[in-house]
Write a protein that binds this ligand. Structure first.
Ligand code: 5RP
Length: 234
């Protein structure tokens, strides 16, 4: 009697999972249009894949200097966000995504421009490996972009919530974002109501952008898993 062959289990690295979802995102790109492009190592895989179909699109609106440089180096035209009224789709990664499509973003310090491009897009497609899927947001240190003169006051406001905020450094100096501001990384949070949390923190004077993306949540998540790309819709 012959036994059916069981294929050997394939363990994909996190980098390979990112490549998978970066390629899978191409099916959301609309020919002849401008696509919104996020920032980060997963998006870099998407940008590299996008280069393969660059003649079929008009170009991109980018969410960071880093992504702009990568897009342009691959021959993709980058438009100023001010020159484009609306985008059909924005493709970006996340540091955490929950089962409602709410996200924590900003690990790459690009959260402000990411939120702007997400807001001008009709659909947010999140690309992430399965390690990013969580029940409740808050384990990953929450990035908050702040105006330098407000750093200490905002730190105290988070402390009053029982959290700890740490100024992100680059080398020995505070990291400067593309917008010339600083980043606080906040630990000790359990964000059970992302919409209310985003609304509350966004109103603190000196906060430029909080890295909770609830008002600009994802409608789709392409999740890289050991058994292939899963599509979650919210
Ligand atoms: C950058 C971001 C990224 O989307 C997020 O940090 C995920 O990055 P990666 O794909 O490298 O894991 O929000 O500001």
């Amino acid at each position: 009697m012959t036994h059916p062959q069981t294929p050997p289990a394939v363990t994909l690295s996190q980098d390979e999972l990112k490549t998978q979802v970066g390629h899978a995102a191409l099916r959301y790109v609309i020919a002849g249009e401008i696509v919104g492009v996020g920032t980060g190592s997963t998006v870099n895989k998407f940008i590299d894949a996008l280069a393969g179909i660059k003649d079929q699109i008009k170009g991109a609106v980018s969410s960071s200097v880093a992504s702009t440089e990568r897009l342009q180096a691959l021959g993709i035209t980058v438009f100023d966000s001010n020159d484009v009224a609306e985008l059909s789709v924005y493709i970006d990664g996340a540091d955490e995504i929950d089962h409602q499509g709410y996200m924590v973003k900003g690990g790459g310090a690009a959260l402000t421009r990411e939120k702007i491009v997400a807001a001008q897009s009709r659909q947010f497609v999140c690309i992430a490996d399965e390690s990013k899927l969580v029940q409740t947001l808050g384990k990953y240190p929450l990035p908050v972009e702040v105006i330098p003169m407000a750093v200490q006051r905002i730190k105290r406001l988070f402390e009053a919530m029982g959290a700890q905020a740490k100024l992100r450094l680059k080398g020995d100096a505070p990291l400067m974002t593309d917008n010339g501001q600083h980043i606080l990384d906040v630990t000790g949070l359990n964000i059970t109501d992302p919409l209310a949390f985003e609304t509350q923190v966004s109103q603190w004077p000196g906060v430029v952008t909080v890295g909770v993306f609830a008002h600009q949540k994802a409608q789709v998540c392409l999740l890289g898993t050991a058994s292939g790309v899963k599509t979650l819709t919210f």
